[in-house]
Design a protein around this ligand. Structure first.
Ligand SMILES: [Zn+2]
Length: 275
């Protein structure tokens, strides 16, 4: 599933093509994309509007239009946004721009979504109920992380994957951040010492920046807006590297399970918590 760096890569690639353009028509081909709003309601709200800004919050893309109208999109498992004339199979939404370009939401598994929100208050409310702190914002401090973690017995990896705690971190970047911070994924988050919380905060930010620098990871369906692949999968420190040497100490990286997900750790750098 695309995580924050993958969505941010798409945002950076799409913004120059969209900002300042007019959306002539949006056709929701698969009604499930905008449920419960019917496709006609989406077109009524957006057709003819000027696209002012393409933003991001966590793993959500936000197309902000004139009159304070916003289209919020989530790629979920297999969604992609492609700027192309050729329509691949599994095209769920077609957006026609005033310069003749077409932006397609393509999604094999059909879990991707689009919601129209009228006004900044509605937008803020939408995210307030879904997302915690934005990890690449100044709000993501060690102090804020410690306040969230305090008293919680939840394993730290499950904590990181919860979008209501830290927005945008998924399986790849949680593994990479915990390795960088030398913390075992099953460690109860409330037992982390102050220095470990600080290391974790820095490691999350560094891992996300590394992912953005490599234009995301294409280990499954994720593609750039022109169909190209990201390259972060070639720079993973531990994720998907079971049996290979730890880049820090040389011990053999192991695959385990945490938060219901395949999880990769260095058994020497990331000590398992004592019972
Ligand atoms: Zn190691």
């Amino acid at each position: 599933m695309p995580e924050l760096p993958e969505v941010e890569t798409i945002r950076r690639q799409l913004a120059p093509a969209l900002e300042g353009r007019r959306l002539e028509h949006i056709e929701v081909i698969d009604p499930r994309w905008s449920e419960p709003a019917p496709p006609e309601a989406i077109a009524d709200a957006l057709d003819g509007r000027a696209i002012e800004r393409l933003g991001r919050r966590g793993k959500y893309l936000i197309m902000s239009m004139d009159d304070d109208v916003h289209l919020v999109m989530h790629l979920r498992m297999t969604g992609n946004l492609l700027l192309t004339d050729e329509e691949p199979k599994h095209t769920r939404v077609r957006m026609e721009l005033d310069d003749g370009q077409k932006l397609l939401f393509v999604d094999v598994r059909r879990f991707g979504t689009g919601d129209v929100l009228l006004g900044s208050d509605a937008l803020a409310e939408y995210f307030a109920s879904r997302l915690g702190v934005e990890p690449l914002s100044p709000d993501f401090t060690a102090q804020a992380l410690r306040a969230q973690a305090r008293g919680r017995k939840q394993p730290v990896k499950a904590f990181l994957l919860n979008q209501e705690r830290v927005a945008g971190v998924g399986n790849i970047y949680a593994d990479e951040a915990l390795f960088r911070a030398k913390i075992h994924p099953l460690r109860p988050v409330g037992t982390l010492r102050r220095a470990q919380i600080e290391a974790l905060r820095d490691a999350v930010v560094e891992s996300l920046h590394a992912g953005i620098d490599a234009k995301g990871a294409s280990i499954d369906d994720y593609r750039h807006v022109d169909g190209a692949r990201g390259s972060f999968q070639e720079r993973f420190l531990v994720h998907l590297r079971a049996g290979k040497p730890c880049p820090r100490c040389g011990a053999t990286i192991q695959k385990t399970r945490a938060a219901g997900r395949g999880t990769y750790v260095c058994p020497r750098c990331q000590r398992r918590p004592r019972r």
